[in-house]
Design a protein around this ligand. Structure first.
Ligand code: NAD
Length: 266
């Protein structure tokens, strides 16, 4: 039996990749797909949207209708939209895979609260390679406690949040390994007479341009040497694959907030 998946934000860059991924996976069935209310895609066939044969599923501005019959929801929507996706899914006892980044204010706390009522897999980056990178970065950060840590990330010109959720996760990995609080030691901007670099800071810089799907480099800089750990994506396929693997994994799980590590490890 295939797992019935509804994708939210279906007309977005990730949404289109997810629709194509679901339609080409025999273990998955597309049961619904949302678009922004008033979208010109509303009512059009989801398969046609991504250049495939008709999927027999209409893109829909109404979440209630799109979630009908779904066993799992995959949400890569702006955080304030994603919270409504998750709220409505949780109310029906449907688990959710969340890829959204750029959480602000109390949005993350609200997501955490919803995850007490249904299973939610949350990852700022669903590629297996970045999950490995985070592990390597934590180890290197701990082994080289006196080295200066600097992160650089590059994303396409349309990305709306900075730093990327992945960069924040990697910076947290270094901070956690050094037992320091990123909110206290993170340096997210340098301009003007900033003076010499204070020891112990973790710098994060964001580059934006073109169609880059995501690159992250963590540098650990010492006297006369430096370590660089880099991950580059060349398409969104890596995110789609991790998200759909998570969708299969999360069906039938008890309520709670899960990570990609839980999916890959269990
Ligand atoms: P995008 O802007 O291309 O797509 C978002 C889509 O959501 C748009 O099509 C928009 O119209 C739609 N939307 C807005 N309101 C809606 C509503 N009420 N109902 C249905 N759809 C609605 O952005 P993107 O590049 O696809 O990225 C989406 C999110 O996923 C971002 O937060 C991004 O950072 C994140 N992302 C995560 C990963 C990961 O692996 N976790 C990878 C890539 C992107």
């Amino acid at each position: 039996m295939s797992v019935r998946v509804a994708v939210t934000g279906a007309a977005g860059r990730m949404g289109r990749g997810l629709i194509a991924g679901v339609l080409s996976d025999p273990a998955l069935d597309l049961s619904g797909a949302t678009v922004r209310p008033g979208s010109p895609h509303d009512g059009h066939d989801a398969g046609r949207l991504v250049g495939l044969e008709s999927a027999g599923v209409d893109l829909c501005g109404d979440r209630t209708q799109a979630f009908e019959g779904a066993q799992v929801i995959v949400a890569f929507t702006p955080p304030h939209v994603c919270l409504v996706d998750v709220r409505d899914a949780v109310a029906r006892g449907i688990p959710v895979v969340v890829g959204s980044t750029g959480w602000e204010g109390d949005e993350r706390a609200r997501l955490d609260a919803l995850a007490e009522r249904a299973a939610v897999v949350l990852a700022p980056n669903f590629s297996v390679g970045v999950w490995v990178l985070a592990d390597l970065v934590a180890r290197a950060g701990a082994l080289l406690p006196d080295f200066d840590a600097e992160l650089v990330e590059l994303h396409h010109r349309h990305k709306v949040d900075a730093p990327s959720g992945t960069a924040l996760m990697l910076a947290e990995a270094v901070a956690g390994a050094r037992d320091v609080d990123l909110d206290s030691v993170g340096v997210f901007e340098r301009r003007g007479a900033v003076g010499p670099r204070p020891g112990g800071g973790i710098g994060v810089q964001s580059l934006r341009g073109g169609d880059a799907t995501g690159e992250h480099t963590v540098m650990l800089l010492g006297e006369g040497e430096r370590v660089e750990l880099t991950h580059r994506t060349s398409s969104r396929a890596a995110f789609v694959s991790g998200a759909l693997r998570s969708a299969k994994w999360v069906v039938g799980r008890p309520a709670g907030l899960y990570s990609l590590g839980d999916v890959l490890g269990g």
